[in-house]
Design a protein around this ligand. Sequence first.
Ligand code: HEM
Length: 456
Amino acid sequence: MSALESSKATQNNNNEPPLAKGLPIIGSAASLFNSPVEFLREQHKLHGPVFKFKAMHKTMTVLAGKEINRFMAGEGRDYFTSEVTWGRLRDGLKSPHLMIAVDGDAHAYQRKLLKGQFSKAAFKERLNLLVDPIESTLQSIEDGDEVHVGPFLRNIVCRQIGLAVQGVEVNTQQTEDFMTTQNTYLNVFMIGKWPKLTLLSPKFVFSALRTGKLLKKVREENTNRCPADKNSVTYMDKIEQGVHERPDLYTENDVRTISMLPFVGGVDPIGGTISFILYRLLQDDELRQRVVEEVDRVLLDAPLNFDSIDRLVDVRGLVMETMRVNPVAYAMARTATKDFDFGGYTIKQGDELMVFTVANHWEESFFPNPEEFDIERYREPRNEHKNGAIYAPFGRGPHTCIAAGLAEMHTVINVAMLLRYLDFEAAVPLEKVKIKYIPAPFMSENFKVRFTRRKI
Ligand code: HEM
């Protein structure tokens, strides 16, 4: 695998990747939990594409940059498994075939079964299912209304995914239940940041119960819907198909977790990305004016449809640049299934890995003036993101986001609608707003904006 070797590695005699400096006992745990992206960026700059860190009792190897991105999606796809790290979540949920936590046939079958449901093309005729929930929410806003950005965005995205993917109306309480359930499972089982006792807290117990009930209802309503509605194939229909074709892959709990997957996969990443966009626009009047003008120009006499979305090039640039600078899914947790060499070091079978997929996002050689927020990078003739596997906001390899195209369009729609309907100003000093990892990054819960309706 000579393409993966770097001269740096040959200088190292004991063939052990460098270890990030940390504190006694806890190692790098504090930096990793509080600001993981900054920690990984710093260490990548210091050590190059391979290094290790300790966090409490655990040692992980970080592999970073375009070579590993290519390898993971190409000839090396069998060298990585997500079954160990994500497996902790799978075991916690008692869902033995949780899609993100299985590889090989069990994963390939589920991916093929569901792919069409998450494709952008599948929404061509039913874009209204994404547009209506945000439009109605924005139209209900009065001048001077203040909202906490986090819950506001999560509610909108959850309603959209509920309607568009599951055919169900999701209310505010149900959104909160989803988020509490999902984040508790992730932080307790997968990340180990919260103690297992959290699972006994009344907030979690009731949220999980209500979420379970809702998912059961979604399944029942799908089965019992009137025959006229059965012409179109729903997400739950595909899962039922899976249950029928491959009963070995679908326990009761698997059905429950897979029906929750669109919410888990989509709500925080899309909401988090938009929270970064709002924060950015509050600090950059020129950029804001530019994108608002584009939205007004394009949507003045055209509805939001596939054609008009294509013409929102500045908004798309804004979304893509935000995903470069503030990627919400910055690293993939994996375990090596076999020994292999990378950057001159030997990665051993069983090593716990963190693939820092977005490592090149801040590199001058790929993104000139990387600290500059520049929405024009992604269009002809620059196309900076197309230079190999350097731009990876949706991950890499067999588990790469199944809904990448849809998610990007969904984010563009939401940003365009917000800018078209509402003007907004900060309702809290912006210096008090920070990035929080819950575990995906989001602007902190104190981030509030005040809206004014635009005269359109
Ligand atoms: C800005 C939005 C989004 C981002 C940045 C994002 C990012 C990612 C990333 C990085 C992965 C790979 C995780 C890994 O390999 O460990 C992933 C997987 C996944 N995403 Fe997304 N995602 C987004 C939106 C969505 C949406 C809207 C949905 C569904 C409606 C979704 C569904 C999924 C699913 C089901 C997987 C698992 C795929 C598999 O295991 O094969 N994502 N996503």
